[in-house]
Design a protein around this ligand. Sequence first.
Ligand SMILES: [Zn+2]
Length: 1007
Amino acid sequence: MGTENQGYPNFPARPPPPSSSSPFASAPPPGGAQTVGFRPPSSQPTRPFTPSGPPMAPPPVGVMRPGQSPFVSQIPGSRPPPPAYGGPPGGGGGGGGGSFQRFPAPPPPFPGSQNPPLSGPPATQTLAGHLSPPMSLRPQQPMGPGGYASPPGPGFQQPVPPVNPSYSGVAGPQPSFPGYPSNQAPPVSFQSSSQGPRPTYPPQTGGFGQHPGQQNLHPSYAPPTSNVQGLAEDFNSLSLSNIPGSLEPGLDPSSFPRPLDGDVEPNSFAEMYPMNCHSRYLRLTTSAIPSSQSLASRWHLPLGAVVCPLAEAPEGEEVPLVDFGSSGIIRCRRCRTYMNPYVTFTDSGRKWRCNICSMLNDVPGEYFSHLDATGRRMDMDQRPELTQGSVDFIAPTEYMVRPPMPPTYFFLIDVSFSATKSGMLEVAAQTIKSCLDNLPGYPRTQIGFITYDSTLHFYNLKSSLSQPQMMVVSDLDDIFIPLPDDLLVNLSESRNVVEAFLDGLPLMFQDNVNVESAFGPAVKAAFMVMNQLGGKLLIFQNSLPSLGAGRLKLRGDDPRVYGTEKEYTLRVAEDNFYKQMAADCTKFQIAINVYAFSDKYTDIASLGTLAKYTGGQVYYYPGFQSSIHGDKLRHELARDLTRETAWESVLRIRCGKGIRCSSYHGNFMLRSADLLALPAVDCDKAYAVQLALEETLLTTPTVYFQVALLYPLNKLRYTASCGERRIRVHTAIAPVVTDLGEMYRQADTGSIVSVYARLAIEKTLSAKLDDARNAIQQKIVKALREYRNLHSVQHRLGSRLIYPESLKFLPLYGLAICKSTPLHGGPADASLDERSAAGFTMMALPVKKLLKLLYPSLFRVDEWLLKPSADHDDLKDVLRRMPLAAESLDSRGLYIYDDGFRLVLWFGRMLSPDIAKCLLGADFAAELSRVTLQEQENGMSKKLMRLIKKVRENDPSYHPMCLLVRQGEQPREGFLLLRNLIDDQMGGSTGYVDWMLQLHRQVQQNA
Ligand SMILES: [Zn+2]
């Protein structure tokens, strides 16, 4: 077991077989007195707990025993404690790591040594690329009348439907790779060098389909002037394609398209419709909506969108706030669409027509304004809701089923042996304490704690106490809540008691040798405490739940299950307890975030279910040790606690006539067919949706989308608006087209990849990994084939692989999805927990963050470090990304690999010792797995640390750990870096070249 791996689990990291001394043994403990050795945190006077009438059989006060915490009182009648488990559970700890990582196959030979290093970033785009000229479309006016079914109004209390047992099922009808509409765009051909005469490109005949009577709508889509810099490569001629790794002479992999500029959003859409909401909130997979089902079926890519309703806006671009005052929020009578820039006013300003359903509505007197000669309202410029795609409406009281609850934070903390030993308990307690001033909602914020091992420990935090009182409940089968009124307290009133509790917590359990985990009963207890208020439940779990409801067993250690039809069962929640609990929590507005820390099997697949269906998040620190992962936990927990969070939210996406949302993908629970219940939502959460045409033919020239999120506002500190409810509304329009080529031209790879990744991860929950990977490949093949067919008539394509400019990175991202932690390899390549944790995380990531994880940054820094330092270095120069291939690595260089979750510093074998000395000080020659990067007293080191700080600040949603590795340090180099070089063929995985050859071969079959 590789304990040297700073923060990285051992490979293959499978759970140890159960043994009689397994820490996970779930046999009921033998009788006996409470023997868990707590130490008094301080010499505070003992204050025994007096019961004030617990709901169930009132337990008499426990008797304090010498040596017991003054907080503790044992509730008689409860289950006796289990035997203390002596000694560390299981064999030593591997290091745990960044949030997740891809896994090592047998250490590959270092490829870089065979290839001459590149002397710079390879050319990125030798492909012909041409952007379509911006369309000069104008937002469309009224649609035809239509019987648009009106969704329920603002009553947000529908019952929660029964939880569908399948992961994807909860999100509604989600066929694994459901109807991918089909698409096409201007051909760009895949290049490689050895081509003869360049094929000429056909005049493009794209253009929006014109609807009768709407000639003025979609004018010139200039034909993609196939700027023929690079023409198609004849892949068919590559007879070597069957020999992995070998290339035909002349085929130049460096000419393959790579997203080295990160996520480049198609901007023609924004230019066409400046009143649309920003793409950070809503990104369609194609900005050209197919006019018919038959057209949609030929676009084999997903037709859908990624929505991130609370995305962080840069300074100065905040969403404007609109208060309709006495007239109330103005919405369409029929379909409940909110007032937006695309409605039209008629009848001298007395009526307005809904852009979604065409209903003609009255303008309330208070909202009336005269129209100018062009039909524009005179007050347009004072009305952000009529000019901007994103606004926040202040919601009047009728939008509230109850007054906004105070923001509530409840912590459920594992205090068993491993939790204390690893330092997790201490870091968590310190971090929570340090964030108390910044929890949103002051002074209304509520807070409470339960700790647990084989028993549950409740804490009375009443403000009149000087010290918290601890109450132990050990009857796990029949949980009751002692002192229900004083477990969840107002933070500002009980601040001193809360601080005393957090200060004392690590000490109190520092000698705890209990290795059991009554996780399920603890969650139940937290639910019972919280269900009046709802709020955020943060669970810190260090081992496999072993006692009471929801106890889990080791699974997945039988390799025979892999490759069979049963394989997927390892990746779904085992016990129905978890889904049921998640459903109950969602119903009562409780969002759960799961922090998991063990280097042993913890069944994240089951635990994460709690986060998935409650709008929460899974954080995973395998093999947590505070000396290594402490900073990461501190930052991520602090971010979780202090970022602006909306509780009790619901999200609905309305689409124009003829189109609807057919499935949703992400962390939430569907409350009704189209209403997403989000007990919590924040800026780091995105949701994917697929769209379907309801009618065979769309008769309108445009389609509208409106995303509405109802949420309570809880500012960081008290303000007048605290506790107010708001509705964030994002509105966008997209043209309807009759031309498949236009759909391809307007495709958004980032959005498509986000939908694909979610679908693929969901597929692993009902199918083999192989099947999920194949599904991705097949979808790409179908799209490319369709695209080829579009052009094969006009052009002699020969054996070239062609694809649209807008999708030039799609094949590579598809490969990256197949190589991502949830999908790659087989049983030995990633532990079940790593796969599950990565899957839960990726399901919630916004587009840019996901793309960076799929195709991380690699850049060289040694040359930059040697340059004289400037105060304001232009980081753009430094952060020039390189292809993720071993060829990019020069053994004289120093490189940083950054996937947004961790930073790996790769020291080339021939790197100047001076640089290594400057950066590592006395450790410069040491085995780097033992070295932590620290600032040294010299300019170069400070410069590097500044860079790392900057990289972290650029994206604060996670805190990437910094890991060091030297060229040739195996197997560490393999799993930290080499196996993540997407372009390369590693440990049995396909490289970029072979992947393209495979795609190309399949595209040509039956073409
Ligand atoms: Zn309407």
